[in-house]
Design a protein around this ligand. Structure first.
Ligand SMILES: [Zn+2]
Length: 159
């Protein structure tokens, strides 16, 4: 039943990042701040990119824009979906991501309301010190597996 941790470059990068985030943020308070900042930066960036795409390509609800000069490429190239379709798909994906991030934020606000007494924070730091140097930590292996799975996002488009 022993499970060898994957040592591919992606996993090794993940191990290092995982440990670094524990080492550098070893208290509950720091983890709260770290994750809040990560969530907000993700939302800000993805939201702005979506705005840009909507400005350039329409909001996706309207009919496809009339053929622009670069649409000639669709007829010239043979393989793969037309670039316009890929952009529309990306916009739909980004809208889904932003909706999920918004839901996550609502949940995380409750997590961030929590404050623990200093002795508990001290326990966080102690555990963090034990956890971060261990390359075969069980929690990390679990997280690593999650990282390697493409999450099955719920399909809201019906079917
Ligand atoms: Zn791997």
């Amino acid at each position: 039943m022993p499970e060898e941790p994957c040592q591919c470059p992606d996993c090794q990068r993940f191990y290092r990042e995982h440990d670094r985030l524990i080492r550098e943020n070893p208290s509950l308070r720091q983890q709260q701040e770290l994750n809040w900042a990560a969530l907000q930066s993700f939302r800000t960036l993805a939201g702005r990119v979506l705005e840009e795409l909507q400005k350039q390509h329409g909001d996706g609800d309207s009919a496809p824009t009339p053929a622009a000069p670069e649409a000639d490429l669709q007829e010239a190239g043979g393989d793969g979906p037309p670039e316009g379709d890929a952009i529309q798909q990306a916009m739909a994906d980004l809208e889904n991501i932003n909706a999920h991030l918004f839901s996550i934020e609502a949940l995380m606000e409750r997590i961030f309301d929590v404050r623990v007494p200093e002795p508990v924070e001290q326990t966080f730091r102690e555990v963090a010190g034990e956890l971060a140097p261990d390359p075969l930590n069980a929690d990390r292996l679990r997280l690593n597996r999650l990282l390697h799975q493409t999450p099955d996002l719920p399909d809201h488009r019906g079917g």
